[in-house]
Design a binder for this molecule. Structure first.
Ligand code: ZN
Ligand code: ZN
Length: 345
């Protein structure tokens, strides 16, 4: 699902590239007079644009989102936007909706690769090199993988949008121009959702929706981390730390054995990789696979540990990531503790 279609009135020439520039100028000139739709009105009107646009009875086109994006400028910068109204009608409903951040896809591929290499190669060295039955390694990593996959699904699928917005059910102000460095929420009212929202709510520009108890938008999970999924995010983070640490140590040990215990290495793999006849090819291929597994585990371990330490530090400070990054503390210590308590319930 690429986005939601807004059954609205569209300005003429909306989909005509040649009129995009003049259309955007008109929108910029009127961006300070964000006309809010009347309560219960299914569509916003174009009162302030009547001198610039004629009204036609065609539905808005879907926001054409690419499959992959790698810069949040796509969502924030007005100079590369094509159809502001179509973009404003779009909101991210879950992390599994395009566009996918390149970091999200990279982490998914790394996760799948690491588990494939572990179960096909590295796990067979647990018993000969460490002295623990291979079955223990399969059970530990298997359970860790299932729990991580479950936490990823939970964190990415839970609805983090502010309940005030869903309950109000108001039409969006599609003409709002998102600008770098300018908050969409002004004086407690969101300029796009047209709803009064609580103090810790932020309109995430990447997801294009108001998020309750906003902490940060995570490109690695392609979703917002906020009150409702914050505890799940911490569990996922801590699980990632120890699983990547184990994977890093094991692959490092096997990589050393590649050179110091070549006979044991060949013998162990030959008993499982039956179809691989040539010993040298087997040695090179397994070595490359395990080397990449170790590098990935090292990278993930460093990143997840740094992130876990940072969130522990935020807990001591009593701040969210957003407050830390902006230097604006919107909550008192007591409110912050209340946020953590509610997010865990
Ligand atoms: Zn909003
Ligand atoms: Zn977001």
């Amino acid at each position: 699902m690429n986005g939601q279609r807004s059954p609205s009135l569209a300005p003429s020439g909306f989909s005509n590239p040649s009129s995009t520039f003049s259309s955007q100028i008109a929108r910029l000139e009127t961006s300070n007079s964000h006309h809010l739709p009347s309560p219960g009105s299914p569509t916003p009107t174009l009162t302030s644009h009547r001198t610039s646009f004629s009204v036609i009875n065609e539905p808005l086109p879907l926001a054409k989102q690419p499959l992959v994006y790698w810069s949040d400028r796509r969502f924030w910068a007005t100079d590369i936007r094509r159809d502001i109204r179509a973009d404003n009608s779009w909101r991210r409903e879950s992390a599994w909706q395009r566009p996918f951040h390149i970091s999200f896809l990279t982490i998914l591929l790394m996760f799948i690769y690491s588990y494939c290499v572990f179960f096909s190669t590295t796990s067979f060295f647990v018993e000969p090199l460490i002295g623990i039955p291979n079955l223990v390694g399969w059970i530990v990593f298997g359970l860790a993988g299932v729990s991580m996959a479950g936490m990823v699904l939970y964190v990415t699928l839970v609805e983090v949008e502010a309940s005030e917005v869903r309950q109000a059910g108001k039409a969006r102000n599609l003409d709002f121009v998102k600008t770098v460095g300018v908050h969409v929420i002004d004086n407690g009212v969101c300029g796009i959702c047209c709803v009064s929202v609580p103090v810790r709510t932020r309109h995430c520009k990447s997801c294009n929706k108001c998020v309750a108890d906003f902490d940060h938008h995570c490109p690695y999970l392609n979703t917002c981390i906020a009150g409702r999924n914050y505890q799940g995010f911490l569990v996922l983070l801590s699980t990632t730390v120890w699983v990547s640490a184990l994977s890093m140590l094991l692959s490092f040990r096997v990589f050393v054995a590649l050179f110091t215990e070549r006979d044991l290495f060949i013998r162990t793999l030959s008993s499982t990789w039956h179809t691989f006849g040539d010993e040298n090819s087997l040695w090179v291929l397994a070595g490359v696979l395990i080397c990449f597994e170790g590098v990935i585990a090292l990278l993930v371990f460093v990143m997840s540990t740094a992130l876990a330490i940072f969130h522990a530090y935020l807990r001591v400070l009593g701040m969210t990531t957003f407050e830390y990054n902006t230097g604006v503390r919107s909550t008192s210590r007591l409110q912050f503790l209340d946020f953590r308590r509610r997010s865990s319930s």
